[in-house]
Design a protein around this ligand. Structure first.
Ligand SMILES: [Zn+2]
Ligand SMILES: [Zn+2]
Length: 146
């Protein structure tokens, strides 16, 4: 179940928070009373930044999945998530674009591997080489355009 985080300080019940990431935790600060909470977000491969990805507002509603790991934040103004910074395999911070690019490179790499495998199989089966080479050519062309 997704639960909306509400400030637990007596007499507050605030539900909008400032957020920032500290080590493996997402620190959320009640915008009403300043109470701080720390949520473990070490399972994410990205860091949430302190402002909205769309409108730069810096207060968020925070949601927590009570059954599995998951903390979500939504801008109190426009409902979008906060900006994110991704962490690559070597632990370096990368932008979303860089992360996508790396993922795409990975996909292409695996695609190439699969193509090589297919080519081998085709050799074995003796399928019409010309037809196959043509389609492989299309794929190569497509990959180059990425
Ligand atoms: Zn509060
Ligand atoms: Zn926003």
């Amino acid at each position: 179940m997704i639960r909306t985080m509400v400030c637990e300080k007596e007499g507050c019940r605030g539900n909008s928070f400032y957020i920032y990431t500290e080590e493996n935790n997402l620190v959320i600060i009640c915008s009403e009373c300043g109470e701080r909470y720390s949520l473990d977000v070490s399972y994410y491969d990205y860091l949430m930044l302190s402002s909205c990805s769309q409108c730069n507002n810096d207060t968020f509603k925070v949601f927590k999945d009570t059954e599995k790991e998951g903390v979500y934040a939504k801008c109190t103004e426009c409902g979008n998530p906060p900006d994110k910074v991704y962490i690559d395999e070597s632990g370096t911070q990368v932008s979303y674009e860089q992360k996508k690019l790396d993922e795409m490179k990975d996909v292409i790499y695996r695609l190439n591997e699969r193509l090589a495998l297919m080519e081998n199989k085709i050799d074995i089966l003796g399928v019409d080489q010309q037809v196959m080479q043509q389609s492989l050519g299309y794929v190569a062309e497509f990959v180059q355009k990425l």
